[in-house]
Write a protein that binds this ligand. Sequence first.
Ligand code: ADP
Ligand code: MG
Length: 321
Amino acid sequence: MDNEFDIIKKYFTFSSNRDDVFIAAGDDCASVTVPDNKQLVITVDTLISGTHFPDNTSPEDVAYKSIMVNLSDLAAMGASPAWLTLAITLPEIDEHWLSRFSKSFNGLLERFKVDLVGGDTTKGALSITVQAMGLCDKTNILRRDRAEPGDKIYVTGYLGDAAIGLRAILDQLADDNLQPCITRLNRPEARVSFAEELVSYSRCAIDISDGLLADLGHILEASSYGAKISLASIPVSSASRYYFDKYNEGEINWSMLLAQGDDYELCFTASIENDSVIRELAARYGLPVSCIGEITESKSLEFFDANAETESIVATGFKHF
Ligand code: ADP
Ligand code: MG
């Protein structure tokens, strides 16, 4: 195996999971069929070894994360994933690595019924760029600029697990109790199905890739409103609590939970009338969903039950107001 065409054929050619791919990978471009009543929704994210994942991350996890971070962006718009492209830069032809990457990649294509419709294969430092395309209804699209005063603010899952997972890897903490956090870092779960239904009850969402402070900040900036957040309602997993108990003298490090990112959870807003249906939806998906506060007219972000430390995180991590 000595050229990219062999690599593409062997490791990046998968059977189709869809009937809307008009021209699949292999031509100069792919061509797909977009239904008349749908909007095409497009996103792209690059993962660079050593920057977006530790150098020794397994090929299975790299493939998993490279897809999930993109599906998370689609979920944040309420879109259903349909097609991907993959631009991959490899330092060498390592067939063992490629076959493990390829298998994990295809596992997610099959699970989400999406097709890899093209890409680019080059030589250089390891870098993976996945572009994801999805479909949504014109009237049901989740946007950053649709928060309204009085809306409740929700987050899915737990915040900060990925930050703690990264800490555990970098500090080489051999502690099985932190494995759930490492799994959250390497294998984030895009909230795709939940978001597909959430579009009926919410207008406004973002995925938390840079930490709640920054990402909620994007909603507030785009919507021109502020928010009141209850620190006591920020969802913290039992693995994260364990970390703070054991390695931080029992003190919660709010900057890790709110300002570090890689959570790939959703932050969304909804009017109070939809609170009970949102809770039912969450229960149906077995997904923890926490109401953490409310959108306000004032253009500031306020924490109630905040202490001096969190005030300073707000000051540094939240630059919009
Ligand atoms: P071109 O020179 O026309 O850009 P390439 O040689 O880059 O074409 O790619 C040949 C075909 O293989 C194209 O259809 C392209 O989309 C596909 N392809 C290249 N790399 C990948 C990849 N990593 N995954 C999926 N398809 C790929
Ligand atoms: Mg090319």
